[in-house]
Design a protein. Structure first.
Length: 290
């Protein structure tokens, strides 16, 4: 099956051609500017490629209620040019193929659950920590939705005792994203995270916030694997810090070998690397075609 995929991000749109096995044969990236410019560029990529269906994993929040006239729209995004823009309809109208649609992090979770670090498991959480923070959930073999969809980047966290930074989130200031996403690191310390790799204070504080999120995920969703991706987690020394602080915060309450004895295999990087979202979007396309 010849499938198209879009990993729709606030900074760039990654488009790909592949199949239901997760194989990607061609890909291209376009800057996320205005909807008109960006959609035109993506349509130019897909035209003439004979795809049978398209999958879109989009930045959000997005409308996932199929009974809503706004289904397929990006909603209350701070990228105001994209607010209430119906990305699904714009692509489907021009390409004339079935379109599967979900959040970018749900797409990545689906990719990891099928071909990546959580393959063979019926539950996992994929959390990305980069320009923003978001999480996708597979529970009992299905992507998790609800009144909206998981927005775990905006959960409330306890402030680090030594942190005086007010927070970056335009909605909540000091939520998880406001305290731990890439822009918050840069605003707090005056330099991008990549330039602070050797400063232990930066990453101990970062791990304090991320471990709180992991503890909440363990206690609320009880996933069988937690996958941490995104640009911030390219600092691989973050994983030992997050794992240890998670154990410290859980205080032995969750007595499962996967956590108490195997946390190195429980909190892990993406098995698909930076391809998780695009591979997951191929699977969304497969689902739309069936």
């Amino acid at each position: 099956m010849r499938l198209g995929a879009i990993e729709a991000g606030g900074t760039k749109m990654v488009c790909g051609i592949g199949d239901e096995t997760g194989r990607i044969e061609e890909r291209a990236s376009f800057p996320t500017t205005t909807p008109e410019e960006t959609v035109a560029a993506m349509l130019g990529f897909f035209r003439g490629k004979a795809i049978e269906a398209l999958g879109i994993g989009s930045f959000g929040p997005v409308e996932l209620n199929r009974n809503s006239p706004a289904y397929g729209s990006i909603t209350t995004t701070p990228k105001l040019a994209w607010a209430n823009f119906n990305l699904l309809q714009a692509m489907q109208r021009e390409l004339g193929v079935p379109v599967g649609f979900d959040t970018d992090v749900n797409a990545a979770a689906l990719g990891e659950a099928t071909f990546g670090a959580a393959a063979g498991l019926d539950s996992c959480v994929y959390m990305t920590i980069g320009t923003g923070i978001g999480a996708g959930v597979v529970a009992e073999g299905k992507l998790l939705h609800g009144l909206l969809h998981p927005e775990m980047g905006h959960i409330l966290v306890k402030r680090h005792p030594e942190d005086r930074y007010e927070g970056k989130c335009p909605y909540h200031a000091d939520c998880l994203e406001g305290m731990a996403a890439g822009p918050a690191i840069e605003a707090r310390w005056g330099r991008k995270g990549a330039e602070l790799a050797d400063d232990a204070r930066v990453w101990e504080m970062e791990a304090y916030y991320l471990a709180q999120a992991v503890v909440n995920l363990v206690l609320i969703l009880s996933p069988k694997k937690i996958i941490l991706g995104g640009g911030v987690m390219h600092q691989r020394h973050m994983f030992p810090l997050v794992r240890q602080i998670t154990l410290d915060m859980l205080k032995g309450y969750v007595q499962r070998d996967e956590i108490t004895g195997g946390i190195d295999s429980y909190i892990v990087p993406p098995g698909l690397g930076d391809k998780a979202g695009l591979v997951g979007s191929l699977l969304l396309a497969k689902g739309a075609a069936l």
